[in-house]
Design a binder for this molecule. Structure first.
Ligand code: ZN
Ligand code: ZN
Length: 411
């Protein structure tokens, strides 16, 4: 079996990894580099052969840095993923771009299937994306284990623990992410965050605004639970409502219509959905809806999703932060310095609202990476999805460092 990391050997994200065996080849993810400008095209790695046949693009989870170049891949390449991943990718590309015209073949966690010369077994795992998978890939008498992105402090940490207690034997190569190597990002558990949110909701006299990613389902659940415990109502936007509706079949998740959850139907989002032929969805959500102006009265009743587009809808309705309110950035602190984060900061600072940062990383802490690698006990570890692997301390299995585009035989 031959391994080529086309991209992500020395950076976080943009994963594009090829495995080839006996004339068959597959790709593990086809991600967009995180730093690529939104409109940039022609980003496929130059070392990836787009003309030779390919038996499958395997998408580990629905984050752009793992599937974002799917549109640039030849249309006849088959695509494989978990079923919720397919829904989330379609939803995102349908709303924010042009609809994805590809068929997906979906896998089930724990069930092996043959893709070309490869036997592939997906394992559902813990990550800030819903439906993230690790992959065991076997061919030509060799076994590769791909971690995708994962952590051990989210709501699905038991899945990783179980895998570590009963790891697949005889792993030749562990391809493992290392996002948090060399960083001091907080890695507290989601249930600790729930306690922090409960405190914030109880302490705050006015409204609590929270900025978080609609597709970070663990965080939505954390916020919803904190609201239930404190008697507040969680107010989400149409996009977040759609995410929860689409995933309703795949887990017991809060959804529009449930107690303590309201959808704020803003004019801009309603227009966008109607223009995509989704008027019936807007009308259905309006039944569980709340108008922005209703958030002015009884401010202590609300925990409200916020982002710049919502801010623009709230302000004319009189929903403007004041000193009784609090706002919480519940994403990576680095994003706060970018355009959207900075705009929110100015808005809330203008009203003297209390600012908080309550967040935990979507990726494993360094100590957890070490424990995971030790449990998998591979013959060698090939680092990916990290920027500080070369300064990685001891405690990992033997490391084999590859460069982007370098083909390596798995002996
Ligand atoms: Zn990633
Ligand atoms: Zn990810």
């Amino acid at each position: 079996m031959k391994l080529t990391i086309h991209r992500s050997a020395h950076e976080i994200g943009g994963n594009c990894i090829e495995l080839a065996c006996g004339g068959s080849r597959i790709l593990l993810d086809v991600g967009r580099p995180l730093e690529a400008p939104r409109e940039a095209k022609g980003l496929m790695p130059a070392t990836l052969d787009l003309d030779a046949p390919l038996d499958g693009v395997l998408i580990s989870h629905p984050h752009q840095d793992h599937y974002g170049l799917l549109e640039e891949a030849p249309p006849h390449w088959p695509v494989f993923s978990g079923e919720p991943t397919q829904h989330l990718i379609r939803l995102t590309t349908g709303i924010f771009g042009k609809p994805l015209e590809r068929q997906f073949q979906t896998w089930k966690s724990g069930v092996s299937q043959r893709i070309g010369a490869f036997a592939v077994t997906p394992f559902l795992t813990d990550h800030s994306a819903f439906d993230a998978h690790m992959l065991l890939i076997e061919a030509g008498g060799k076994r590769v284990f791909y971690s995708g992105d994962f952590r051990m402090h989210g709501r699905k940490s038991a899945l990783v623990q179980r895998l570590m207690e009963n790891p697949p034997p005889g792993i030749d190569v562990l391809l493992m992410e290392g996002t948090n190597i060399g960083s001091d990002k907080p890695c507290v558990t989601e249930s600790d965050l729930e306690d922090d949110f409960v405190d914030l909701l109880q302490e705050t006299k006015g409204r609590v605004f929270v900025a978080w990613s609609a597709q970070n389902i663990d965080r939505t659940v954390t916020l919803y639970r904190a609201c239930l415990k404190t008697g507040r109502t969680l107010v989400i936007d149409l996009y977040t409502a759609e995410v929860l509706e689409r995933l309703a079949a795949f887990g017991r998740l809060p959804r529009p219509g449930w107690n303590g959850l309201k959808v704020v139907v803003t004019r801009a989002f309603a227009r966008l959905y109607r223009s995509k032929g989704e008027g019936a969805f807007v009308d259905r959500m309006a039944q569980h809806g709340i108008a922005a102006r209703e958030l002015v009265a009884a401010p202590g009743q609300w925990a409200i999703m916020v982002r710049p587009s919502l801010m623009r809808a709230f302000a004319p309705a009189g929903v403007v932060p004041d000193a009784d309110d609090a706002w919480c950035w519940s994403m990576w602190r680095g994003y706060l310095k970018e355009k959207d984060g900075a705009a929110l900061q100015v808005w809330f600072d203008g009203g003297a609202a209390c600012a908080r940062h309550i967040h935990t990383s979507g990726h494993a802490a360094t100590a957890d990476l070490r424990a995971f690698a030790a449990a998998l006990n591979p013959r060698c570890l090939v680092p990916i999805h990290g920027v500080a692997w070369d300064s990685a301390p001891d405690g990992f299995p033997p490391i084999r460092r590859l460069s982007d585009g370098e083909a390596a035989e798995i002996a």
